[in-house]
Ligand binder design. Structure first.
Ligand code: PHE
Length: 452
């Protein structure tokens, strides 16, 4: 009996830890604004298809690579084939690019907690509050600093486990609150149901290559793929735990929360804009503009708003911790420096890239790279270029160098791998073709060669 219970805890432990890292701002902030912008139901459909086929295959491959080698990304690729160690290095650059701007957005979330607590809800609910706030030079930087400092203190003191425990308790509260807001919006706000139709019913005329580019980038981001993270998780996984089941569960959990978050925000956008579809294209500010508007109409909205943003804060904090942890351990392995100096280097990187990301909305709004605001540029460089590239190289490596059989054998140590056929065809042919198309269109689009 005893051993059975232990192995059950082990299984659940793996999935919960991986899901805890996967669920973050990607689900609650990024997914809804992309879904709103890139065709609602069409985006959702493309995302779900990609997640079940491509996302699943890549996640299985990454977890298996980690479990087979018992190493994290850089070492893992090197161990499997010396010539391909560079894929691990490229994958490791991704978290270093994401963390700085992730902390800027974490700062926005922190500011919103303060706003609800200090009774600013009414002001926050006005449509131009958010734009005005990020348009200030100093304040967003202060909140970015606070978020970064909290993340860094947790990593430096090595108290991640405690925070993860707290966040596991918070996760059900967050899900409950999202559900409550969805029901509240649909029952009380006029026009919200039009948003449900927009969000859930695919409109094929809204399909464009950008729908696929955005959905694929979001898939990597949200499931923490193509950045070495799942390899690290795999390296700690016991040999008797099912890789494919775990991948399905993480995927289901992560996608489920993202879909719910979309349902919380998009119908409300319709209700508050009176059905004006241009309100859907707002981009990164969507959640920050829409949620205070919902809370303002609610009895006790200020308290609920504060609690909601505290939950989002914890989801963001655990993700930021795992991002920082990853970068710190890479620098530690490569340089042999101690933990604290490595943390200081990472903080330096965050300040160097985070400050411009924040200022890009205020005094540096004229500074553009390839026509993009600085935060957008870092988001683009990691999600639309580097991650698809790492994914493409991983598919090539697994499909033709290592061979899919090596991964299947690893998976079959603990189970009969039912989706072998899908996995092999996906990794060798379908995924690489899609990835090349995506890379080409996002790069050509960024340089203005094609319009996307
Ligand atoms: N997947 C996280 C999110 O959705 C972001 C993240 C990426 C966290 C990589 C940790 C590691 O917000």
């Amino acid at each position: 009996m005893e051993s059975k219970r232990n192995s059950f805890t082990g299984k659940l432990g793996f999935v919960l830890a991986a899901a805890g890292s996967a669920v973050g701002l990607g689900n609650i902030w990024r997914f809804p604004y992309l879904a709103a912008k890139y065709g609602g139901g069409m985006f959702l459909l493309v995302y779900i298809i990609l997640s079940l086929t491509f996302g699943f295959s890549l996640m299985v491959a990454e977890i298996a690579i980690g479990r087979k080698t018992r190493l994290s990304a850089i070492g893992a690729y090197e161990k499997l084939d010396r010539r391909f160690g560079f894929i691990g290095i490229m994958a490791s650059i991704v978290p270093a690019i994401i963390l700085p701007y992730y902390s800027v957005i974490g700062g926005w979330v922190t500011k919103y907690i303060a706003g609800f607590v200090t009774g600013e809800m009414e002001a926050m609910a006005s449509a131009d509050y958010f734009g005005g706030y990020i348009g200030e030079a100093v304040e967003p930087i202060v909140w970015f600093g606070i978020f970064l400092a909290i993340t860094a203190v947790v990593v430096m003191l090595g108290v991640e486990k405690g925070i993860e425990k707290v966040s596991k308790i918070m996760m059900p509260v967050l899900i409950g609150l999202i559900l409550f807001i969805v029901i509240y919006t649909l029952c009380t706000l006029e026009g919200a149901w039009d948003g449900v139709v927009y969000y859930l019913k695919p409109d094929f005329s809204k399909f464009s290559i950008m729908t696929v580019v955005a959905a694929m980038g979001q898939l990597f981001y949200s499931m923490s793929l193509a950045m070495g993270i799942m390899i690290t998780f795999g390296s700690y996984m016991k040999k008797d735990i099912s890789i494919s089941k775990s991948a399905h569960q993480i995927e289901l959990f992560d996608t489920g929360i993202a879909i719910l978050a979309g349902l919380m925000i998009i119908p409300a956008v319709f209700a508050f804009s009176g059905g004006d579809e241009s309100a859907l294209g707002q981009g990164p500010g969507l959640m920050f503009v829409t949620l205070p508007q919902i809370f303002e109409t609610m009895p006790g909205g200020a308290v609920l708003g504060a609690i909601f943003f505290i939950m989002v804060f914890f989801a963001a904090l655990t993700s930021a911790i795992s991002l920082m942890e990853t970068v710190v351990s890479i620098i530690k392995d490569k340089t042999g420096l101690g933990r604290i100096p490595c943390c200081l280097i990472v903080i330096g990187i965050c300040i160097a890239l985070g400050l411009p990301s924040s200022l890009g909305y205020s005094i540096w709004s004229e500074v553009k790279i390839l026509g993009m605001q600085l935060l957008d540029f870092f988001d683009f460089a990691s999600n639309s270029v580097l991650m698809p590239l790492v994914a493409l190289l991983t598919c090539f490596f697994v499909g033709f160098v290592l061979k899919p059989k090596a991964i299947m054998d690893e998976v079959e140590l603990s189970e009969r791998f039912k989706q072998k056929g899908l996995f092999s065809v996906m990794i060798r042919y379908i995924a690489p073709i899609c990835l090349v198309a995506i890379l080409a269109s996002s790069i050509l689009g960024a340089f203005g060669v094609i319009s996307i």
